[in-house]
Design a protein around this ligand. Structure first.
Ligand code: IMP
Ligand code: MG
Length: 176
C-alpha cells in the first residue's frame, strides 16, 4: 500500500458487484441503439474497463480528456479540452463515463460539447456522485454510489496523479 492516511470507503468486491449491475441495466437500455461509450480521462479508465466488460450489447468506445482541476483538490472553474475523441460522435448514442461528479461543471460542459458535435443522445454514467460542491445541476442517468463528501482516491481517482492504481476507493485524509 502506498503511504497515505486513509479510510476505505468502497472495497473491490462492492465496486465489482455494483459495476456488474450497472452493466446489466445499461445493456437493457441500449439494446438496438448505436452505443458509443466515452470515457473521461484519466480518472474513468479503470471503472470504464470493468463497465464495458459488463455491458452485453455491441458498442464502440473512445476517450476524451478535459481538465478542470489544476493541482490539488479544488477546481479552477474552467474546462480545457486536452484530447479529442477519434470516433465521430455524430448520430451515435453516447454514454459518458466519469469517475466522480462533484461541482458538475466538467460533465455539464462535456454533455453540451458532445451534443454540439451531433450526438443522437448523450447520457451519463458516473461511478460516484459527490454532491458536496454541486453548482451545476446534472442528471446522472447511471450512478454507482452516492458519497456526499470527502476527497476520494483509488480505482482511477487521483490526488496530484497519485493513488490511481489502488484497487479500492479510499477517503484521503489530511495528515494528523
Ligand atoms: P467537477 O467538474 O467539479 O464535477 O469535477 C469533476 C472532476 O474533478 C472529476 O472528474 C475528478 O477528476 C475530479 N474530482 C472531483 N472530486 C474528486 C475526488 O474526491 N477525488 C478525485 N478527483 C476528484
Ligand atoms: Mg475525472
Amino acid at each position: 500500500m502506498q503511504q497515505m492516511n486513509h479510510e476505505i470507503i468502497l472495497d473491490a468486491s462492492a465496486l465489482h458487484k455494483r459495476i456488474k449491475e450497472l452493466g446489466r441495466i445499461i445493456s437493457q437500455d441500449y439494446t438496438g441503439k448505436n452505443l458509443l461509450v466515452m470515457g473521461v480521462l484519466k480518472g474513468a479508465f479503470i471503472f470504464m474497463a470493468d463497465l464495458v466488460r459488463a455491458i452485453e450489447v455491441p458498442l464502440v468506445l473512445d476517450f476524451i480528456q478535459v481538465s478542470s482541476y489544476g493541482k490539488g483538490a479544488s477546481s479552477s472553474g474552467e474546462i480545457i479540452l486536452k484530447s479529442t475523441p477519434t470516433i465521430d460522435v455524430a448520430g451515435r448514442d453516447v454514454l459518458l463515463v466519469e469517475d466522480i461528479i462533484d461541482s458538475g461543471l466538467t460533465i455539464q460542459w462535456l454533455m453540451n460539447h458532445l451534443a454540439c458535435q451531433g450526438a443522437n443522445s448523450v447520457k451519463v454514467c458516473a461511478l460516484i456522485d459527490k454532491a458536496e460542491r454541486r453548482a451545476h445541476p446534472v442528471h446522472i442517468d447511471y450512478c454507482g454510489f452516492f458519497i456526499p463528501h470527502g476527497f476520494l482516491v483509488g480505482f482511477g481517482l487521483d490526488f496530484n496523479e497519485q493513488y490511481r492504481s489502488l484497487p479500492a476507493i479510499y477517503h484521503l485524509q489530511p495528515p494528523a
